[in-house]
Design a protein around this ligand. Structure first.
Ligand code: PLP
Length: 363
């Protein structure tokens, strides 16, 4: 029998690995070696400084990034980065930053950036209903842009880039909130990467920001401390009280990735298997289940699909609930169905879902 936590296909906060949940449970009573609850340990303790240091290292190791990347653990979610980035790199400038508009979440970045300075939308998928991503050569990137911003995985529409975009002479900034640490990649080609924890690597409350030192040097020093990447980098994320609990859980997830899974290539192999099982179930359903995203752009994290009518979708959700599944409803902005299969969701859960979908279709 799988526990309900193992059949949780929620889009976010997402399911966490069972092994990590067990350690979290224990740490609420007492962290091994410390003897205190994780909820009552000082952020100024040596123990916590070591947690932050190990986590910074683990993330660099997993992503094969050199020490020239600062690893920050900030609050305010990905949404705060939508503003904090242009406050630091766009405000007061005359050249427009390049932004891609590929779905719901990149759509949220545009008004936030426009408040701070000029923005050029280099490509938009809006006319196609965000069912596909731009093809190679379809976007002209501006050489003068202070930076390029895009979202690697559109969580709502289930679209994921398989390549790095943009020009090598313009800093690339990417919101990787919903596919962070899901696969290896050319991460050194990015000047800045950010991802909140609550989709793929932990609970809500902390956002990982990776900034290349070269880019940090171009940022102003005079912003308020909390919105200033310099202050945060110098303080190793302990500028004020950080979310100690959330950071600790992210540390446990990175240890799980390194020790239990064996790194990001191994994680990607599992994620690829899960995604191909689910997309296979859609493709072999004779049009009963309709995948939303263009085939080449399908996300390995969020499988978004429809049934022929909203009534049938409601019946599917009800039957799924009765069989122990949760989190399968689509995002409120587009409806339909979505199975989010983040790192923590096991292959056996996807096998169960595929069996259920087949039974439902036959019935
Ligand atoms: C969920 C999500 C967000 C929103 O993040 P918050 O932490 O709630 O601000 C931003 N970007 C992407 C890609 C997301 O999936």
């Amino acid at each position: 029998m799988l526990h309900p936590n193992q059949l949780n296909f929620s889009g976010g906060p997402g399911a966490l690995p069972q092994a990590v949940l067990q350690q979290v449970q224990e740490s609420i009573r007492a962290v091994p070696g410390v003897g205190l609850s994780i909820l009552g340990i000082s952020h100024r303790s040596d123990w916590f400084a070591a947690v932050v240091a190990e986590l910074e290292d683990n993330i660099r190791r997993l992503m094969a990034l050199p020490a020239s990347y600062h690893v920050l653990f900030l609050q305010g979610g990905a949404t705060q980065q939508f503003s904090m980035l242009p406050m630091n790199l766009l405000a007061g400038g005359r050249e427009a930053a390049d932004y891609l508009h590929t779905g719901y979440w990149s759509g949220k970045t545009l008004p936030a950036a426009r408040r701070e300075g000029p923005v050029r939308v280099a490509w938009s998928g809006e006319a196609d209903g965000f069912r596909r991503l731009p093809q190679e050569g379809e976007v002209q990137f501006a050489a003068e842009a202070p930076y390029l911003h895009y979202v690697s995985n559109e969580t709502v529409e289930g679209l994921q880039f398989r390549r790095v975009l943009g020009r090598d002479d313009v800093p690339r900034v990417c919101d990787m909130s919903s596919d962070f640490l899901s696969a290896p990649g050319d991460y050194e080609r990015f000047a800045m990467i950010y991802a909140h924890a609550q989709k793929n690597i932990g609970p809500a409350g902390v956002t990982v920001v990776l900034v290349k030192d070269e880019l940090l040097k171009r940022m102003p020093e005079d912003l308020p401390g909390f919105l200033n990447y310099h202050t945060q980098a110098e303080a190793h994320s302990i500028y004020n009280t950080p979310p100690v609990f959330a950071i600790y859980v992210v540390l446990l997830v990175t240890r799980w990735l390194l020790q239990d899974i064996g790194g990001l290539s191994a994680m990607d192999a599992i994620n690829t298997r899960k995604a191909s099982l689910l997309y296979g179930a859609l493709d072999e359903s004779d049009g009963f289940y309709l995948g939303r995203a263009a085939r080449d752009d399908r996300s390995k994290m969020n499988v978004v699909f429809n049934l022929r009518t909203p009534q049938l979708e409601a019946r599917f959700l009800e039957a799924a609930r009765q069989s122990g599944f949760s989190g399968l409803e689509g995002h409120r902005s587009i409806g339909g169905l979505r199975a989010s299969i983040y790192n923590g969701l096991e292959l056996s859960a996807v096998e169960r879902l595929v069996e259920f979908m087949e039974r439902f279709r036959r019935a």
